[in-house]
Write a protein that binds this ligand. Sequence first.
Ligand SMILES: Nc1ncnc2c1ncn2[C@@H]1O[C@H](COP(=O)(O)OP(=O)(O)OP(=O)(O)O)[C@@H](O)[C@H]1O
Length: 320
Amino acid sequence: MPVIELSDVSRAFTVRSRVGFRRTRREVRAVDGLSFSVEPGEVVGYIGPNGAGKSTTIKMLTGILVPSAGSIRVAGVDPSRHRLKLAKRMGVVFGQRTTLWWDLPLRDSFAVLQKMYEVPLARHRENLATFVELLDLGDLLDVPVRQLSLGQRMRGDIAAALLHDPEIVYLDEPTIGLDVISKARLREFLAEINAARRTTIILTTHDLDDIEALCTRVMVIDHGHQIFDGTLAALKAGQSAPRTLVVDLATALPPIQIPGATVTKVEGPRQHLTFPPTTSAAPLLTQLAANYPLVDLSVSEPTIESVITQLYTRPVDTSS
Ligand SMILES: Nc1ncnc2c1ncn2[C@@H]1O[C@H](COP(=O)(O)OP(=O)(O)OP(=O)(O)O)[C@@H](O)[C@H]1O
């Protein structure tokens, strides 16, 4: 049974502005006819360009915002009507804001949360011990939150969001501003929690490495509409950006000429050729091997960045 279900959900905002003496009112449809469901234990990457409607969706899922139309069920209830009940079953992390108490040491923030969520003390201690180990928080527990670095604070925030064993966790840009090592550590931690507890994770991010590392499913939203829902592999396979063959020859030669591929760059004995995604690489390789002194070659797939950029720049179908 899905843990999250959206059916034809829309959310509009009225934006008032003033030009000279004229006041105008304009309706912005931040989310427009969105339907999807998420099963327990899924890790879903929820991505889209700025202003696509991601935060509005998350706010509706957490019950902060009420949809203008459509229905939402999270863990079987309407989030806006049962916000407090649902709060015990979900965790939220907003990358740019902390939910911790600025002047309290981490340990005390965690103690407040234990009381707020009424987590049994033995369970709290068990969870704390796990998170301290996995997130390397041992030396940080007695440091006031305001003295923590961004990466340290984020680790604290993630622990705080998970201490009450939520079934669903919303992570909004959890790796923003972190260095490479902190990012890797956080991703590892989230993967471990998901595997061990079957926690459902909805992750909004602009960092596509987060998606590659964590998400079994990707949803892409643009202008409030869903424009893709599927696996990362399907997202990559469905795109139409050309693929690249990097060919190392025994010696520098004029641009290679084989049907179906075009040379885009020559670097001494190395040549880059592009070919359409619909063409199989195998016949090209046969022709290359038969006609050129091949030393090495590799086929590079389009990056997830290029695939997504292509999706965003595709004209939106407004006919439906
Ligand atoms: N409270 C509000 N009042 C008016 N317009 C709003 C409000 N909240 C969001 N919007 C508008 O709704 C649209 C979607 O915004 P939203 O914050 O959901 O996008 P986003 O995908 O989260 O963007 P980002 O990646 O920049 O955080 C934008 O056009 C935004 O300006």
